[in-house]
Design a protein around this ligand. Structure first.
Ligand SMILES: [Zn+2]
Length: 498
């Protein structure tokens, strides 16, 4: 049996979830659901990064304890699972999950034993938003972080450093050879260029004072707390059992295909720091890192100050999780940012779901009721008119498989809409109503059977993308029930911007 472990990044909980988080969750969910449908054993992991310094600052600003603050924030992210039909198997919270700390300590000890952690006095410019140090050359002309638009603070202290520089050649070789696959190729080239420019060791701890006592203490050095990225990245192995459950870890990390889905802003941590830490600790690396772009909202980068960070749970409440998922999968580009507007979501849902797939399923069920009392005839149509439809049905499975192997979600969902297009054209060409009028019973049976089989195919192929809608289509077309169809009811509502 093939085992497949797929993860999202774990967001900081100091902000509210926005549509960018929904993109990552839905993309990862599609990969998980598709592999489950194929019969693989799947572990889909998400969670929250509770130990970041900005959570501490957020709690201070809100006047509550850090533990309460992160628990409340994490709930909003966990709630995206049911709201967006996202099928996590595991959701780890790094501050409270009993699996996390022992694994982080073990990881630290393994890197220390390799001689890759050392103490050094240091001063640098630290952006709390990014949780990283910046060189002056990496900042804007007026000395601000490009991601947050804020000026980093000068930090001077003695920290533990991780010997990243020792892994440059190995990392170049791994990425260049594709043994560590980074998708899309433009991101792989970006990582290679960064690696080849030379790697500096990074600070892997901070003083307890600067961390306000929050986070995992450095083993054997209680004055220091493990740097939040070292801690956060470890979630990928602590959740499957590193440091707590060796048998489970062996199954779901060592014995599984390992895929990380992340946003472009954190590629360096995942494609450089994380593999180096794993190499140092003698652990298996991820097989693939897929990097998605950003979603902007009404033309602007999503941010608290822009006031455009609408909770995707609210969007799903208003328009349905199917419509939101469909927009994320069918319109978000693999390169370059994509702008979200409610009007675009509504347009896409009406065009592809209500007018195309929904229309085909609905007219099929209606005709089976009108002409055959709801009972599906047996057989199918092997006349020439059905050729294009049969082709669309025949290639959909392999097209979806190939597209998802390339993380091309748009191409994958297009294979489903192509069936709808071909099906609706087929209805227009064969005109079942004329066959009924002309008393051509045999041909009408063949056409109706062909259309019902098409609807059932749509239900199967749609399932990884729109699980809730796929169930409605399956029910309407009598998939795995009987050959007597329920009364036709629209499977997709027509939406309006509200
Ligand atoms: Zn920043």
């Amino acid at each position: 049996m093939t085992r497949y472990t797929v993860t999202t990044a774990i967001p900081y909980v100091n902000g509210r979830p926005h549509v960018g988080h929904a993109l990552e969750l839905v993309q990862t969910d599609v990969l998980a659901r598709y592999r489950r449908q194929r019969g693989d054993a799947v572990r889909f992991q998400s969670g929250t990064d509770d130990n970041a310094l900005k959570n501490v600052q957020g709690a201070e600003a809100a006047g509550v304890s850090v533990a309460d603050y992160v628990a409340h924030g994490a709930e909003r992210f966990a709630a995206l699972g049911p709201a967006l039909d996202v099928s996590f198997d595991d959701f780890i919270r790094t501050s409270s999950d009993p699996r996390h700390r022992p694994g982080v300590e073990k990881l630290w000890a393994a890197c220390a034993a390799r001689g890759d952690l050392y103490r050094k006095a240091y001063s640098g410019l630290y952006c709390v938003g990014c949780e990283r140090f910046y060189d002056r050359t990496e900042l804007t002309a007026d000395g601000r972080c490009d991601e947050h638009g804020t000026a980093p603070e000068l930090v001077e202290e003695e920290n533990w450093f991780f010997r990243l520089s020792a892994y440059q050649d190995q990392l170049v070789d791994l990425v260049d050879s594709g043994r560590l696959r980074i998708e899309p190729a433009s991101r792989r080239r970006e990582v290679l260029a960064f690696l080849r420019a030379g790697l500096a060791d990074f600070s892997a701890s901070r003083s307890v004072a600067r961390a306000r006592g929050w986070g995992v203490p450095v083993p054997g050095d209680p004055g220091q707390v493990i740097y939040v990225w070292f801690d956060a990245l470890a979630n990928y192995i602590t959740a499957p059992g590193y440091g707590t459950d060796p048998a489970r870890f062996d199954q779901w990390w060592n014995g599984a295909e390992r895929v990380h889905v992340i946003g472009k802003g954190i590629i360096r941590f995942h494609a450089v720091y994380w593999p180096a830490i794993l190499l140092s600790a003698g652990l298996a690396l991820p097989d693939t890192i897929f990097v998605h772009e950003y979603v902007t909202v009404d033309g602007a980068k999503i941010s608290k100050s822009a006031g455009n960070a609408e909770d995707p749970a609210d969007i799903a409440q208003r328009y349905g999780s199917d419509a939101l998922r469909w927009w994320l999968l069918s319109e978000v580009a693999g390169s370059g940012d994509t702008d979200f507007t409610a009007a675009r979501l509504v347009h896409r849902a009406n065009e592809d779901l209500a007018n195309n797939l929904g229309n085909l399923v609905n007219r099929t069920a209606s005709m089976v009721h009108r002409y055959r009392g709801g009972v599906v005839p047996s057989g199918g149509d092997d006349n020439g008119e059905a050729r294009a439809l049969r082709h669309a049905r025949a290639v959909a499975g392999s097209t979806i498989g190939e597209a998802l192997a390339d993380f091309d979600f748009r191409r994958a969902v297009e294979a489903v809409t192509a069936i709808g297009d071909a099906g609706n054209r087929y209805v227009e060409v064969v005109k079942p109503w004329d066959l009924a009028k002309g008393g051509d019973t045999e041909r009408l049976d063949a056409v109706l059977a062909e259309l019902v089989a098409t609807g059932r195919d749509i239900a199967v192929h749609l399932a990884p993308f729109l699980p809730a809608a796929a169930e409605r289509v399956a029910l309407q077309c009598g998939l795995s029930t009987t050959d007597s169809l329920p009364q036709p009811r629209p499977v997709f509502p027509r939406l309006e911007v509200s």
